[in-house]
Design a protein around this ligand. Structure first.
Ligand code: SF4
Ligand code: SF4
Length: 94
């Protein structure tokens, strides 16, 4: 009892460590225009209290989908979607 439910959780935890999550949105600069939200291939962006946020566990820097981070490309406010230097960079496989 109890041990059967652990493998999926452990796998999820391992992926979180391997696929790092480098971008964040500076909330004080976000106008809430929503331009970035539909462009994220990982559905990592959502609205929260008038500005938008990136869910760290879903962001992969758009690697494998686009040549550049789509949130950065779409955002009309410079330096609002930025690398979260508190987290390690995502490393593309191969
Ligand atoms: S870098 Fe790409 S994957 Fe990460 S939040 Fe921005 S659009 Fe989504
Ligand atoms: S595109 Fe930029 S300003 Fe617009 S919601 Fe996204 S982070 Fe905010």
């Amino acid at each position: 009892m109890g041990s059967a439910a652990t493998p999926r959780f452990r796998f999820g935890s391992l992926r979180h460590k391997e696929i790092c999550v480098p971008f964040k949105i500076i909330a004080s600069q976000c106008t809430g225009c929503s331009a970035c939200e539909p462009l994220c291939p990982n559905v990592a962006i959502s609205e929260k209290e008038g500005s938008f946020v990136i869910e760290a566990t879903k962001c992969t820097e758009c690697v494998g989908h686009f040549d550049e981070p789509q949130c950065v490309a779409a955002c009309p406010v410079d330096n609002t979607c930025v690398v979260d230097t508190s987290l390690p960079r995502y490393q593309a496989p191969g």
